[in-house]
Design a binder for this molecule. Structure first.
Ligand code: NAD
Ligand code: UDP
Length: 306
């Protein structure tokens, strides 16, 4: 089996490359290093692995047969996509279009890494796949949310019109080793602040909620989804919901840090709640998360300490 992973030098993509190699796939990682880093791939010594530096908003062709395409390339942290709005829109639109074209030409199975952000600032909680979302298309986060909503739409169009064998995973907040310490997301921010004795920056009053999934659980869910016959979107995430303020307290407790919690402005359009309904993943993929928050955080903290 030959698989392509776009965004394979990023946080999730590099873990997916590891799992695919473990499962015996030949893996081609395509990444332009916009937000990723080749250090995430340094540990791979397999001759079944190839890295190609390429921007997927430009077409790419392969002579050899490709069986699976995992399209993960996209800035993913709010700080990244606010700094890279055009690149974010382009990779969601042109990048997805190019990878679907490749899947069609290769008769390969295609998986889109979508996001819980397609639900925007949700008016229902938890969010199931049948919810259509509440997105501000012209707000600062719109570049990411709408790029992913477009990516889902073009994926379903290639599926319905061209018969491409597609999968869509809606990923909820995932954390773990190889997140960039400065990527601005709440997990690396709080951990590096706590480890360095700096103030922990809770945005707003911290009552907004998130549900954190450990990376190994997420990657297992992605693998089960591509191997399933489920062509409709599936939520993968951990339903254990907590407020951001409580999350800051957990980080202080686990690191034993003396950091104080301070409050900063809440970013525009920051979702007030987020929690996946994972009934579909349970039923169709036999998947549910296994790693408890504190265990996952210990592994992540160890990575950040190194
Ligand atoms: P990341 O920033 O670590 O990885 C993204 C990778 O894509 C990077 O290596 C980057 O260099 C690459 N990339 C970006 N634009 C590219 C382009 N035009 N051509 C080639 N490569 C390009 O982010 P991540 O957290 O690993 O996210 C991976 C995917 O999962 C993204 O599509 C993201 O939207 C999705 N996702 C992640 C989360 C999460 O919690 N981590 C949640 C929801 C969705
Ligand atoms: N957040 C915070 N302090 C930080 C970074 C983030 O309070 O230093 C909050 C952010 O406002 C949001 C939540 O933590 O409510 C999760 O933010 P993140 O950027 O990780 O991802 P999001 O779920 O918003 O895409």
């Amino acid at each position: 089996m030959r698989s392509i992973v776009t965004g394979g030098a990023g946080f999730l993509g590099s873990h997916l490359c590891d799992l695919l190699l473990e499962k015996g796939h030949e893996v081609i990682c395509i990444d332009n290093l916009l937000t990723g880093n080749q250090r995430n791939l340094e540990h791979i010594s397999s001759d079944q692995f190839t890295y190609i530096k390429h921007d997927v908003t430009k077409p790419i062709y392969f002579g050899d047969k490709i069986h699976y395409i995992f399209h993960l390339a996209s800035p993913a942290s709010p700080i990244d996509y606010l700094e890279l709005p055009i690149q974010t829109l382009k990779v969601g639109a042109l990048g997805t279009y190019n990878m679907l074209g490749l899947a069609k030409q290769q008769n390969a199975r295609f998986l889109l890494a979508s996001t819980s952000e397609v639900y925007g600032d949700p008016l229902v909680n938890p969010q199931s796949e049948t919810y259509w979302g509440n997105v501000n298309p012209i707000g600062p986060r719109g570049v990411y949310d709408e790029a992913k909503r477009y990516a889902e739409a073009i994926t379903m169009a290639y599926h319905r019109y061209h018969g491409v064998d597609t999968r869509i995973v809606r990923i909820f907040n995932t954390y773990g080793p190889r997140m960039r310490a400065n990527d601005g997301r709440v997990v690396p921010n709080f951990i590096s602040q706590a480890l360095n004795g700096r103030d922990i920056t809770v945005y707003g009053d911290g009552s907004q909620t998130r549900s954190f999934c450990y990376v190994s659980d997420l990657i297992d869910g992605i693998y089960r989804l591509i191997m399933s016959d489920c062509t409709d979107p599936v939520n993968i995430g951990n339903p254990a919901e907590m407020s951001v303020l409580d999350f800051a307290k957990v980080i202080i407790e686990i690191t034993g840090s003396k950091s104080k919690i301070i409050h900063e402005d809440l970013p525009v359009d920051d979702p007030k709640v987020r929690r996946p309904d994972i009934s579909k993943a349970k039923e169709l993929l036999g998947w549910e998360p296994k790693v408890e928050l504190k265990e996952g955080l210990r592994q992540t903290i160890e990575y950040f300490m190194q």
